[in-house]
Design a protein around this ligand. Structure first.
Ligand code: FAD
Length: 482
């Protein structure tokens, strides 16, 4: 049977159930569409860069299997039925998505295609459990992570990953369809001048092979001590699998099984506790998708409605300084510059930078969410929105509102030698100990020796930390009692 596999967030050959089903059914048209319908949130800049690399890697991998990747640009609602009819398709396959607009589109397409006598089969490549498969005893969505993850774990081991198909024979295309194909460079995913992607190119290898390398390196390396080490931004302490997971270059079932296998053979470096902690982070990803599925407006609407009355104080200049890493708070600035340079930021620093924006600067969490959406290579519709609401205190199972990170103390605890700040804020690298995390408190002498002049070589703090904390507590108290 002539088959179309529509690729979305599943840019891999292995453990791709929809692609495997397509390859088994007959010659396959593998299709990626750059969706230009504004009803679906456009990708951010860093994600577009990642996608261009990932599609190139996928095209090469498909070619090695006698296959081929067709690229198009436009609205899938219109393109999929048209392409299916032009290519004489009998079966369409895809792996599921979880944003409300994507679900609506997929549902509509399924109806339309089926109505025209074309089979549609959808699969799960992205999650250990579908969002609706984990529920309370009365069948309700879960609102708290720990019971969610316990219930998910009770479901037992996930299905074993499916190997990549041996052959993915390309379906010959009519000329009329060839004429619609867009080349990767014409998709315009590459940044226009000036090219700001050098740091990302140095850090990442998008694609399935890069994902597998990261996983192997992590299992044999940073997994040892992960349970504590994961909070240390000054070390390579986590897997950095997030962008690969985001684009489906690797899936959670593969990670789960690779981890258990590596532990069984002794290849994995960590303890049982490290492994459990790591899997529970994958669990947070699952939980975020559970929340997104049951709360379609997760990225735009306060889960806790009391926050609709929150007295945000929109301040474009302050937001701008946060975005540029010029707040005068070293750990926050280091994180924001790491983000800008590499498209990624360590989780601990994400929490501190987000908390500072929301609480010390009283900026609406949605402004931060949007900036992360544009600049993270792992910008994820579920994880980003759920994490911002978590930090704000407006989300399900959120960090309580009165938990206001002190970014200076956070720096001392999690970057004890100041190596992380020194790397990303080099103008402070000459300071040591506590001084590098609160240079405004350093002695004249220490600052002079380090060549630091507050307000000249490095900004004065955008807000006094104690004052900002008190102001945030008062703002939160107002909505709590109201
Ligand atoms: P590891 O520690 O190696 O964890 C393995 C995987 O588990 C990650 O790749 C990720 O898929 C998942 N994971 C880990 N921590 C979390 C978490 N707290 N919530 C959900 N999933 C998690 N993560 C994203 O993938 N995309 C985002 O857009 C995103 N935005 C965030 C925004 C804020 C304000 C905060 C505080 C966190 C955000 N996170 C996001 C979660 C987390 O910071 C990243 O997943 C993590 O830093 C990725 O690095 P890693 O792959 O080395 O993580």
């Amino acid at each position: 049977e002539r088959t179309l596999h529509w690729l979305r967030n599943d840019l891999r050959l292995a453990d791709n159930p929809a692609l495997s089903a397509a390859a088994q059914a007959g010659p396959v048209l593998c299709l990626y569409i750059l969706d230009t319908n504004p009803a679906r949130r456009p990708l951010g800049g860093a994600s577009r860069w990642w996608l261009s690399r990932s599609l190139r890697a996928l095209g090469e991998a498909l070619a090695q299997k006698a296959g081929r990747l067709l690229l198009l640009e436009g609205d899938p609602a219109e393109l999929i039925p048209r392409i299916a009819s032009m290519a004489g398709i009998g079966l369409v396959t895809w792996n599921r998505r979880y944003e409300a607009e994507a679900i609506a589109l997929d549902r509509k397409l399924k109806e339309e295609l089926s109505g025209g006598g074309i089979d549609v089969r959808s699969f799960n490549s992205h999650l250990l459990n579908e969002p609706w498969q984990v529920a309370t005893t009365t069948g309700q969505p879960m609102k708290v992570f720990t019971p969610y993850w316990r219930a998910a774990l009770r479901k037992g081991e996930p299905a074993a990953p499916i190997p990549a198909p041996a052959r993915i024979e390309a379906l010959p295309l009519p000329d009329s369809l060839e004429a619609l194909a867009v080349s990767l460079s014409d998709l315009g995913l590459q940044p226009r001048k000036p090219d700001w992607t050098a740091g990302m190119r140095a850090e990442w290898e998008p694609g399935e092979r890069g994902a597998a390398t990261r996983l192997g390196d992590f299992l044999g390396g940073a997994l040892a001590g992960y349970a504590d080490g994961r909070d240390r931004p000054d070390r390579e302490s986590t897997s950095r699998l997030s962008p690969h997971l985001r684009f489906g270059e690797i899936g959670p079932r593969q990670i789960w099984h690779a981890l258990h296998q590596a532990r069984a053979t002794g290849e994995a470096a960590g303890s049982a506790q490290d492994a459990e902690k790591f899997l529970s982070e994958i669990g947070w990803r699952e939980f975020s998708y559970h929340l997104l599925f049951h709360n379609p407006e997760l990225a735009t609407r306060n889960h806790d409605e009391r926050f609709d009355r929150f007295p945000w104080q929109p301040d474009p200049a302050a937001l701008r300084r946060w975005q540029r890493g010029e707040t005068g708070i070293p750990l926050v600035d280091a994180g924001m510059r790491e983000l800008w340079a590499t498209g990624w930021m360590h989780n601990r620093v994400r929490m501190v930078a987000a908390s500072f924006l929301i609480k010390h600067l009283l900026q609406d969490w949605r402004a931060g969410e949007a900036w992360f959406w544009d600049t993270l290579v792992d910008a994820d519709p579920a994880n980003n929105a759920a994490s911002w609401q978590w930090v704000a205190g407006s989300g399900a199972d959120a960090s309580p509102y009165f938990r206001i990170f002190n970014p200076a103390t956070q720096g001392e605890t999690h970057d004890p030698y100041g190596a992380y700040v020194g790397k990303w804020v080099p103008e402070l690298a000459g300071l040591s100990g506590q001084d590098i995390h609160q240079p405004w408190k350093a002695s004249e002498k220490a600052r002079r020796e380090a060549g630091v002049r507050i307000g000249e070589t490095y900004p004065a703090p955008l807000v006094d930390l104690a004052f900002g904390r008190q102001r945030a507590l008062e703002a939160f108290a107002a909505i709590r009692s109201g």
